[in-house]
Write a protein that binds this ligand. Sequence first.
Ligand code: ACO
Length: 380
Amino acid sequence: MSEDVVIHKGLENVYVKETRISYIDGVNGKVYYRGYDLEELVERSSYEEVSYLLIFGKLPTKRELYNWIADISSNYELEEGIIKILREVPKRNSPLDILKYSLLTIGLWDEKINSLEREDLYEKIVKILGKTPSILASWYRLRRGYRLVEPDPNLGYAENFIYMVRGEPSTRDAEIFDDILILHAEHGLNASAFAGMVTISTLSDLYSAVTSSINTLKGPLHGGAAGAALKMFREIGSPDRVEEYFEAKLARKERIMGFGHRVYKTYDPRAKILKNILLGLDLPPDVDRLFRIALKVEEVGMERLCKTKRICPNIDLFSGLVYLYLGLPDDFSPAIFALSRLSGWIAHILEYLEDPRLIRPRAKYVGELGLRYIPIEERG
Ligand code: ACO
C-alpha cells in the first residue's frame, strides 16, 4: 500500500515522448517550428506553408505547396447538413463549442471515419483545415443575422476567412490574420496537444482526437486567456488604475491574465510580435483605449511579476486586442486559437501514430481498503 512514488502534479517537467515538431527555448524566449525560427516564419512565410511544415516535417516545394493549398481550399465549402445545424442551434453558443460539434458532425459524413491509414488521414486533414474557417465565419454571420458568404477557393486561407466574415476581402487584415495563425500554430506538448495525443493513443479517430484538443483548449488558463485578458482591461477601465488593480489582485492571490507560462520564464516572443503589430496599426478608439491599458499592465507586470518572479507577459496579453481590431468579438478568441492550432495538434497526433503506445499513467491510491458494505437501509 505505501508505494514509494513521486507524484508529478500537473505533469510539470515530465517528458513523455521525443518530438521534432517544435522547440520552446523558455530561457531565451525563442520558438522554433521544425527547427525554423518562428519570428522568421511570421515575417516570410504563410499559414498554408507553415501548416505543411508542421504536419509533414519539411518546407514544401512549389508543387507540394500548390497541391496542399488546392486540397485545403477545395474543402472550404460546408455540407448543407452542417449549415442547416448552424442555422438551427441557439445563437448564444460560443464559436469554440460550435467548432467542436461541427467537426465531430463533419466526421459523420466521412465513410472512413475510423481509418488511421496515411492516405485517409490526409483526406481528413485537408477536410478539417478547409472547413474550420468556413464554420467560424458562418457562425459569425449567422449570429448577427447576416446572409452567409460563400467561400472563395481562389483566396488564401487567411484572406478567405476575412472575406467570409466581412463579405469583402482585405489584403492588409488578411496579412495580420495570417501572422496570428502562424503565431498560434504550434507550441509543444501543452494541455490541448497532450489531450489529443491521449485520445489517439487509444487508436481512436482523428476527429475525436482533434475535438479532445479543442475541449481542453477551452479553459481560461489555456485558450480562454485572451478573452479573460480583454475582460480584465475593461474591468481596469483606464491606465491610471492599473497599479491599484495589481495591488488588489495580488493581495487576494489572484492571477493577472496574460502573464505566466509553464515553459517561458521570460517575455513570450509571440507577445512581442503581437505588440509590435498593434503598435503599427491605426487602432479604432475603443481598441486603442484597451491597448493603452494593456501597455500599462505590461509595464507594471514587468516590475511586479516578471523581474521578480519570472511570471512574464504571454501571447494572450495582446492577442485578444488583435482579434478585436479585426472585428472579431471576445468569445471568438479561443476559436481562432483552435483554428490556428489545428496544424500543431494534427502534427502531434501524426507523430504519435508513428510509434503509438496507449497512454496510461497511474494515480497513487491513498484511500481506505477493506470497508464493510452497509446496506442502504442501515446507513442513517
Ligand atoms: N498572475 C499572478 N500570479 C501568477 C500568475 C499570474 N498570471 N501565474 C502564476 N502565478 C503564481 C501562482 O499564483 C503561483 O503562486 P504561489 O506559488 O504563490 O501559489 C505561482 O505563480 C505558480 O503558479 P502555477 O499555477 O503553479 O504555475 P503554472 O506553471 O501552472 O502556471 C499558467 C501557468 C496556468 C499559464 C499561469 O501562469 C496562469 O494562470 N496565467 C494566467 C492565465 C494565462 O495568461 N494563460 C495563458 C497561458 S499561454 C497559453 O495557453 C496560450
